[in-house]
Design a protein around this ligand. Structure first.
Ligand code: DAH
Length: 348
């Protein structure tokens, strides 16, 4: 067959062959059958040298035209197939986001942490800062600097857990109260002082419904010029209304703590029965709930940290967090806080 009509044949067949390729791989095969070495185009190209010189430019031009046309058709079809391919993969690989999966249960903060956060919030709202201190503490901070004499019964090994025991000057213990942080804070900060200190405390204690050997307290300390007992009562009354509800009233009963003078215990009115119901499940009918210890900072404590008690005065308070949470939520056994029973924990 002469090269001219062979090329015409290619021109006629190519569109059908190319359009018929239904995948990119098939199109590759069609391409080499149309343009490859053993294709008609390939053969014509190879035979160019042996052509009659008069015929050569004509066939050459035809060869170029047919080759370019075939290439245009091929690249057009290639784009079509690529688009189809992409669309198919998008459908086949689509994620079904409505499919049900494992759901991971969402945890929540422990009730003690929630209680800490809530109480700290009330006091930061009054301008207090938050402090902390070591749980392994020197006896000096836990007792001596807090005006507690060496003979005080709470210092006995039957009450306090010692890490090293012997000479009171360098005894180390697990702090029995958050009060030592009062001293640590004042030692390192200039007055005025307004701080609260949440934290763990430790006591030699047999576990029962109302006692744990490890529990939590929040300490409060305010030291400034002209602080009076009325400021203590006003602050704690405000706190009690915020924590137990707006109708809550407070009363102070005389008490003793080594580091405050005078000292008191604060009771809040029963938020359930308001004092009117005999045998009330929250207050037992007494109408009052014992809440915390407090008092005016003893001048000896101010002196121990180098503050001038003739210019400065202050008040302090300390409350048990488990007790606060128990009263507020009607929890009747302190061991629930450490049992890790989800049926308890999930209620809060
Ligand atoms: N630290 C005392 C306790 O653990 C509680 C306490 C009472 C703290 C009076 C105070 C306070 O700051 O002024 O029983």
């Amino acid at each position: 067959m002469d090269p001219g009509s062979a090329l015409e044949g290619v021109l006629a067949d190519a569109p059908r062959l190319i359009a018929g390729a239904s995948s990119l791989e098939e199109l590759d095969r069609v391409e080499s059958s149309l343009l490859g070495k053993s294709s008609t185009i390939g053969e014509v190209r190879r035979s160019m040298g042996s052509l009659d010189p008069g015929e050569r430019p004509l066939i050459g031009a035809k060869l170029k035209e047919v080759t370019e046309h075939v290439q245009t058709l091929l690249s057009g079809r290639r784009v079509e197939l690529e688009v189809e391919d992409e669309a198919r993969r998008l459908t086949e690989d689509r994620l079904d986001v409505t499919l049900e999966t494992h759901s991971f249960p969402r945890g929540s903060l422990h009730l003690i942490q929630q209680t800490i956060d809530e109480i700290v919030d009330i006091f930061t709202g009054l301008g207090y800062r938050v402090a902390d201190g070591p749980e392994a503490e020197l006896a000096w901070y836990n007792f001596d600097a807090l005006n507690t004499p060496p003979t005080h019964p709470s210092r006995l090994e039957s009450d306090t857990l010692y890490l090293s025991h012997g000479d009171p000057k360098d005894e180390v213990l697990l702090r029995t109260q958050t009060s030592p942080v009062q001293v640590r804070w004042m030692e390192t900060h200039e007055p005025p002082v307004y701080v609260v200190v949440p934290g763990k405390v430790y006591r030699q204690e047999t576990t029962d419904a109302t006692h744990l050997p490890v529990f939590h307290q929040i300490e409060g300390l305010a030291v400034d010029e002209h602080i009076q007992f009325a400021d203590l009562k006003g602050t704690l009354a405000h706190f009690s209304r915020e924590f137990f509800g707006p109708k809550t009233t407070v009363r102070l009963r005389p008490h003793f703590f080594p580091f405050t003078e005078p000292s008191a215990e604060l009771d809040v009115s029963c938020f359930l029965c308001d004092g009117g119901v005999p045998g009330c499940r929250v207050c037992g009918g007494a109408g009052w709930l014992e809440m915390l210890g407090c008092g005016m900072v003893d001048p000896n404590v101010l002196e121990a940290v180098g503050y001038d008690p003739s210019r400065l005065s202050g008040f302090a308070f300390g409350m048990g967090l488990e007790r606060m949470a128990m009263v507020r939520h009607g929890i009747n056994d302190i061991r629930h806080f450490v049992d890790n029973d989800l049926r308890f924990l999930r209620q809060f």
